[in-house]
Design a protein around this ligand. Structure first.
Ligand code: MIG
Length: 793
């Protein structure tokens, strides 16, 4: 088997007859028997279940869908001659032996002739891409945003171990994450298809056969969930409702993270913290990669290098810096090592078919792997991990190698459920269950707190437990460019909290690449600088004063806009919208279908980073300063240019040149950005004072600002409020009205309006909870990236 290899559609057996047995439709032929039933799941979503009677096991092993949506309301088929119709709440499904036809929110999709088939255990669904002009989602992928004409192999792998010679390419597949979710676009209509089967699957959107969308799964039950649009946000929100949304992270996790494989001693950590302070760059967390352990033994510390990790981490915490440690699944197979002994005693490890402990070969040598699908093993893991986190005063957990990576040892022999369940049922879900067990450890330590977990591998639904980073990239411009569509599609696929290794992991970064990567990524949901061992150091100060100043500007921008990002996370938790979005999320028109070198943060901030370096793309000299140039598509309406401090008219493409310290960043007319203006001291932020940066040219501005304690889980029990804000200009007066409501003490946050470039405005009329005050505005300056912009406060 080669990655990306498919089964030719002509190898599938095609059913010839349709019969009905109570509410189950059976499609059959000489060597095919498929059982299909239908259920209404939630508003705008129904499910067709495909069971292949050839397979012995008819269990659905997927943990993607939230438990409350797993049953649904059965939809009875109505027979009409040799076809059936399911009339669901959201649309119609017509099924005959020869064809499946879906109608949902104004979009019709049908299989091609001989488009449903089985080949042994495997299933084929082959839809005609009639009228379809875009395809998105697919989870974490390389290549472009629009997957029309592309294909994806949904099988989680340790990419660099598997594709050793192609690691620096930007077109490899598969990746670390498997999410078989496709969003089809036909003109202004969108439709989601989630193929819930945790085994390996192929999505081919017209690559092998233009005009056809092939879904192939390799064994097991497949639940096809159709998710109605008609708009893209509706599809994405429904998918998030079905598979779950990310809980709110702790505020510190939204700051800047510094990582490297590895910082090796307590002295090095202390020195790093001091270097950040000296460089005047805020940092919220320092990361421990594998070398903190005692010869790679899980839940241990190398005591020579880290004599008192808890004391070190507490010391860092007093400076506002949190500690995150890597945790691999592989446990050294070494009798006498307590973690191994206790896991063995609990039968917590994966076994082969005959009941031996499955052995792989990773960092510690011979290793065994917890079977996270067993509740007892998860409990064992949670307890061990909780002890480790508590004893070392560790704040966050980094889950690596959970694809799972087993070295030269094949994964197929690793089975689950005490050896009873074949590997492929849980391969793509190994990380998912590891994340569940690891989150449970954090819950033990602080039942009402907000854990932070980051995982490399993930499946559908893993966003409920952990953030995701996009794995081992390389320090080159192609990988920087690729990071945008990759994170955007991952966000459309439910994983809102994600980001790449900023600066690039493998190979050496250059000054310019490091700067541009920080700029491009400074408003990504997850923002961490990470690099491989032996690579050129790439902390912000490593390339001298000018790159440092530019990087500092990007990092500060993140901290300044942290309240805005936090609001985006709040909105995600409530509604399911991603944090960063392709422009087609909010703007319709063919020009946005393939646009993936610029993106929106929330709905108000447009980022169009420079994605090429000196000598690699268009550049100009301006007043003796070298600038890189690119084209930027501004959607219709006014956009405020944060480099030049002026309004631009949208609805056009512009050529834009940016010096090394400039990130092209634009704010939409009608936006209110909550902004942190206080002291920048690592993760310490006092959000009781928030500025409201108001961008009003022609449009009135609006914002719903969610209020909560930002540290506990009380918001999940409804303990949060909302401050509804509206701003408008009336002659010389800026009128701002703020009304707080719901379950949060009013007046906890003090809001100060600031208005950008509106020379006519002299006076502010501020109404907070119907208390009105008027005052004259004064000219001031605001730091934005590296420059100061004129504002009125
Ligand atoms: O075999 O822990 O993707 O971020 O630095 C490599 C060492 C194992 C892979 C991760 C990378 C991490 C590295 N790990």
């Amino acid at each position: 088997m080669f990655f990306g290899q498919k089964i030719h559609p002509l190898n599938f057996d095609i059913p010839e007859a349709l019969t009905l047995a109570s509410d189950v439709v059976e499609l059959s032929g000489p060597s095919v028997r498929l059982r299909i039933d239908c259920a209404d799941i939630l508003a705008g979503c129904w499910r067709l279940r495909f069971e292949n009677a050839c397979s012995a096991d008819q269990q659905q092993y997927s943990d993607a869908v939230l438990p409350e949506w797993r049953t649904g309301r059965p939809v009875a088929p109505m027979q009409e001659a040799d076809a059936v119709r399911f009339a669901t709440a959201a649309g119609r499904i017509d099924l005959s032996a020869a064809q499946l036809r879906l109608e949902l929110a104004g979009l019709t999709l049908e299989t091609v002739a001989a488009g449903i088939g089985a080949c042994g255990d495997n299933l084929l669904l082959n839809f005609a891409l009639c009228g379809v002009d875009g395809c998105y989602g697919f989870g974490e992928r390389t290549r472009r945003l629009n997957k029309l004409g592309d294909s994806a192999d949904c099988l989680t792998v340790d990419v660099v171990a598997v594709f050793r010679h192609t690691y620096a390419r930007d077109d490899y597949d598969p990746t670390y994450v498997a999410i078989p979710f496709a969003i089809l676009k036909a003109g202004e209509h969108f439709l989601g298809l989630f193929f819930d089967n945790p085994g390996r699957a192929v999505l081919d959107a017209g690559k092998s056969q233009p005009g056809e969308f092939w879904y192939q799964s390799f064994g097991g039950v497949t639940d096809l969930y159709a998710l109605a649009g008609p708009t893209l946000p509706e599809v994405v929100r429904r998918y998030a409702a079905l598979t779950g949304r990310a809980p709110l992270p702790p505020l510190w996790a939204l700051g800047y993270h510094q990582c490297r494989w590895s910082y090796r001693s307590a002295a090095e950590f202390r020195h790093l913290a001091a270097q950040f302070a000296a460089a005047d760059v805020p940092v919220s967390a320092l990361w421990y990669d594998i070398d903190y352990m005692d010869r790679f033994r899980l839940f241990t510390w190398n005591r020579q290098a880290f004599p008192d990790p808890a004391a070190l981490n507490r010391e860092l915490q007093t400076a506002g810096i949190r500690a995150v440690t890597i945790v691999d699944p592989g446990v050294k197979r070494e009798p006498g090592y307590a973690v191994y002994d206790s896991g063995r005693e609990q039968q917590a490890f994966c076994q082969t078919a005959s009941g031996r402990e499955y052995v792989g070969k990773v960092w510690p040598g011979d290793t065994v792997f917890p079977d996270f699908t067993l509740e007892s093993a998860r409990a064992w893991w949670a307890e061990r991990l909780a002890l480790f986190l508590r004893d070392g005063a560790v704040d966050g957990v980094w889950l690596d190698m959970n694809d799972p990576a087993t070295g030269y040892s094949r994964t197929e022999e690793m089975r689950f459920g005490h050896g009873a369940i074949p590997h492929d049922r849980y391969h793509n879900q190994y990380a998912h269950f590891m994340a569940i067990a690891s989150r449970a450890a954090c819950d033990q330590l602080d039942p009402d707190g907000r854990p932070f977990l980051l995982t490399r591998s993930a499946g559908a639904g893993t966003q409920r437990y952990s953030a995701v980073w996009t794995g081992d990239n390389a320090s080159n411009w192609k990988h920087l460019r690729m990071a945008l569509p990759c994170s955007l599609n991952l966000g459309l696929s439910g994983v809102a909290f994600n980001g790449p290794d900023v600066g690039g992991f493998m190979d050496d970064a250059s000054a310019e690449l490091l700067v541009r990567w920080h700029q491009a990524g400074c408003l990504f949901p997850f923002f961490r600088n990470h690099a491989i061992r032996h690579s050129r150091p790439q902390e912000p100060w490593q390339f001298g004063p000018d790159p440092l100043a530019a990087i500092r500007g990007a990092i500060r921008t993140r901290y300044r806009l942290l309240p805005y990002l936090y609001q985006c996370f709040f909105a995600h938790w409530r509604e399911g919208d991603p944090i960063i979005r392709p422009l087609l999320y909010h703007y319709s028109g063919p020009e946005y279908a393939n646009l993936d070198d610029q993106y929106l943060v929330g709905d108000a901030v447009l980022v169009a980073p420079i994605l090429h370096g000196e000598g690699h793309g268009p550049e100009i000299m301006h007043c003796g300063v070298k600038m890189q140039e690119r084209s930027i598509l501004l959607p219709p309406g006014g956009w405020f240019d944060m480099n030049r401090g002026e309004w631009l008219e949208g609805g056009r493409a512009l050529h834009y040149a940016a010096a090394l310290d400039e990130l092209p960043l634009f704010i939409r007319d009608g936006a209110i950005l909550p902004y942190y203006a206080g002291a920048l001291r690592n993760s310490f932020m006092d959000l009781r004072n928030v500025e409201l940066h108001i961008f009003c040219r022609e449009r009135a501005a609006r914002l719903d600002y969610f209020l909560d304690d930002q540290e506990s889980r009380r918001y999940q029990r409804g303990a949060y409020g909302v401050a509804r804000m509206a701003a408008e200009i009336d002659g010389e007066q800026l009128q701002v009205e703020i009304t707080e409501s719901s379950d949060y003490p009013p007046g906890t946050v003090c809001f100060t309006p600031v208005i950008y470039d509106h020379p006519a405005v002299r006076e502010l009329a501020l109404t907070v909870n119907s208390r009105r005050e008027r005052r004259w505005l004064q000219a001031g300056q605001r730091e934005w990236l590296c420059r100061a912009l004129a504002v009125q406060v």
